[in-house]
Design a protein around this ligand. Structure first.
Ligand code: PBG
Length: 328
């Protein structure tokens, strides 16, 4: 088409310096949160199978790795504890709380210390809550235990507890329990919008948390129900969540955008979780020669930020500086 004023948008794309000058989406390493798996009862750290660059940590290897991350501006960690034994109830969190104390003692306020709060690594069924007599999830007793666990973690030094269970009204119960026990400064990062997804595969192996019977569809959100997703975000905001989360990330960019632009939610910090299966699929595809892993990963992280995530939980958070150098 011939126009009097040709549309010369390409002028601004001519070289790296220009592209970086006009870019409107940025990621700083401080906006990323690195998950870590800490195993009770192991003597040495070991790589996790089928989960690139991730480890089964001992308390000491965890602290060393966090320290190396801090040197690269990775200032936030999300801890997942993997207990040695499973049980029907009466879980013991002594190992977890000792590790939280150790990490807090060593890093203080230089590190934002997030900790996942769920029951799926503890229960002998692998479900995120207790099952009642009829075989269905018992919301009330599950929420009570989640509130106990969150309080123990907060008292041990966690800055933020992150309930990932998807029981109803756990945010209100946790907030109340924290406030009543002198922990009112501790944050709740709510996995408010967590979908029932295929993309949690590598994580469930790592956390030994796959359900031994059934699935999680009665508590995690149906991918085909965006109204339920928004309703959960609104409820958790009202019940006192300090930070909201959408999980997984890439398949749910519309949800991220809708929460970030919703009049009652847009002022709350929003986190996106690029989950294990999303991350590992990129790695496996790259291993098969489809593309470069780091470039593809960076592209997806930018997509999450562009959709409206203020922060991202990423399995590459502690090596993000290397990735960022690839921006061109
Ligand atoms: C536990 C939990 C899961 C993830 C975080 N917390 C798994 C699940 O709900 O089955 C997934 C994280 C990932 O895949 O990276 N409730």
């Amino acid at each position: 088409m011939e126009t009097q004023f040709p549309m010369t948008y390409r002028r601004l794309r001519r070289n790296t310096a220009l592209r970086r000058l006009v870019a409107d989406t940025h990621i700083r390493p401080e906006q990323l949160i690195q998950p870590y798996f800490i195993y009770e009862g192991i003597k040495e750290a070991a790589p996790l199978e089928n989960f690139f660059g991730q480890y089964k940590h001992t308390p000491d290897s965890l602290c060393r790795t966090i320290e190396q991350g801090l040197e690269k501006q990775c200032t936030s960690a999300l801890l997942f504890f993997v207990p040695q034994n499973k049980a029907a109830s009466h879980f013991n969190y002594d190992f977890d709380t000792k590790v939280l104390e150790q990490v807090k003692r060593q890093f203080g306020d230089n590190l934002n210390l997030f900790v996942d709060v769920c029951l799926c690594s503890n229960t002998d069924t692998g479900h995120c809550g207790f099952l009642g007599g009829n075989g269905a999830i018992d919301n009330h007793s599950s929420v009570q235990e989640l509130a106990n666990k969150a309080l123990a973690y907060a008292q041990a030094g966690a800055d933020a507890v992150c309930p990932s269970d998807m029981m109803d009204d756990r945010i209100a119960a946790i907030r109340q329990s924290l406030d009543e026990h002198g922990q009112s400064e501790k944050m709740i990062l709510s996995y408010c919008t967590k979908f029932s997804s295929s993309f949690y595969g590598p994580f469930r192996d790592a956390a030994k948390s796959a359900p031994s019977l059934g699935n999680r569809k009665s508590y995690q959100i149906d991918p085909a129900n965006s109204k339920d997703a928004l309703r959960c975000a609104l409820r958790d905001a009202e019940q006192g969540a300090d930070i909201l989360m959408v999980k997984p990330g890439l398949a749910y960019l519309d949800i991220i955008h809708r929460i970030k632009t919703h009049p009652d939610l847009s002022t709350l910090p929003l986190c996106a979780y690029q989950v294990s299966g999303e991350y590992q699929s990129l790695y496996v595809a790259a291993e098969n020669g489809l593309f470069n892993f780091e470039d593809a990963l960076l592209e997806t992280l930018i997509a999450l930020r562009r959709a409206g995530a203020d922060m991202i939980i990423s399995y590459a958070a502690n090596r993000f500086q290397e990735l960022a150098e690839r921006l061109s």
